[in-house]
Design a protein around this ligand. Structure first.
Ligand code: FUB
Length: 325
């Protein structure tokens, strides 16, 4: 594969692709963007998605199979709107989709839905997960089989409303010179339906061992948390949101702290940037999205893939978000 990103699907709009290898194949779990006619605002109300499709590929260069709708917002008893970025984990042959949506009080919560197959259909649990707050859940399985979910997103993702541990309708972030709000991580329970522990903060440190500050908008966490392991190190990657970068930080265990290392991808066309990183058949891939196909409409994105290159020292070569195959 050339090292320029290529679009995977143009028949419908797909975003936030989370990729995993199940049964030897690449499965992709994206959001399904639609033109719902909701005016654009700072909370992201125009991202008014209502269902998820699942995709699979035998390899990253190959054909993309659309398995159709895996679950719709009407199938989720507690949800009202905005089915944002989801992800799917596996245990003992069952598949668990973690997804955010606004509940009937317009608060983002994270729920679980279960299937016998990666492509679904998925059946939702009646209530969101306890402590399942904010957006963008992603699943990471460590070599010992322990499963973790990373999650959270500021601004429209409402993480700032949980600053005190309780929900408050207050969108103030921490002060500019204070440590930035962090993504969260928690082990999953044995039945995969709840967290098996209180969520921890995912702290990102600068070169001097100090947590990144709220004002450090080119490096601090905004949304799209993802974890992968490369040569025994834990790579936490994420979007910086309003500065439109995909960045990464490296640590020695799944909880961190993680030391900031650099930019994986420069800004793409569109406001959001989002991704996953996965190894398949001996190569590493970055799945991501941009808004080129829709002519720049931020809420109508299209998923893409590009091969990722690690340098000898374990750092990642920065990819030009604007280049195309
Ligand atoms: O797709 C809706 C939201 O946009 C996601 O949850 C964010 O990460 C951003 O990509």
């Amino acid at each position: 594969m050339s090292k320029k990103p290529r679009h995977l699907i143009k028949s419908i709009y797909t975003a936030d692709p989370r990729a995993h290898v199940y049964n030897g194949k690449l499965y992709i779990f994206p959001s399904h963007d639609i033109d719902a006619g909701v005016p654009e605002d700072d909370t992201g109300a125009h991202f008014n998605m209502r269902d998820y499709h699942v995709y699979s590929m035998n390899d990253a260069e190959g054909e993309v199979v659309d398995h159709g709708v895996a679950i719709d917002v009407d199938d989720v008893p507690w949800a009202s709107r905005q089915m944002w970025s989801n992800d799917v984990g596996e245990k003992d042959g069952k598949y668990y989709m973690y997804f955010p949506a606004k509940d009937k009080d317009d608060v983002f919560r994270i729920g679980v839905a279960v299937s016998d197959k990666p492509e679904g259909p998925y059946k939702a649990q009646p209530e969101p997960m306890t402590n399942g707050i904010s957006i963008d859940p992603s699943v990471f399985v460590d070599d010992d089989g322990t499963q973790y979910v990373y999650f959270g997103g500021i601004w429209g993702g409402q993480l700032q409303r949980w600053k005190t541990g309780e929900y408050e309708e207050n969108d103030d972030l921490r002060a500019p010179e204070e440590p930035a709000l962090c993504a969260k991580v928690a082990k999953l329970s044995d039945d995969m339906l709840e967290f098996g522990e209180e969520p921890h903060d995912v702290v990102i440190l600068d070169d001097y061992g100090k947590p990144l500050l709220t004002q450090d908008e080119n490096r601090r966490f905004f949304e799209a948390a993802w974890m992968h392991k490369y040569k025994g190190k834990y790579y936490f990657s994420y979007s910086t949101g309003n500065t439109h970068l995909l960045c990464y930080a490296v640590g020695d265990n799944p909880y961190g702290p993680f030391k900031y290392k650099g930019v994986i991808m420069t800004p793409v066309v569109g406001w959001t940037t989002h991704h996953s990183i996965v190894e398949h058949k001996g190569k590493w891939y970055l799945f991501h999205h941009d808004s080129k196909v829709s002519g720049g409409k931020t809420w109508l994105r299209s998923m893409k893939v590009v091969e990722l290159t690690y340098r000898e020292d374990g750092t990642i070569e920065t990819i030009d978000g604007n280049a195309d195959e």
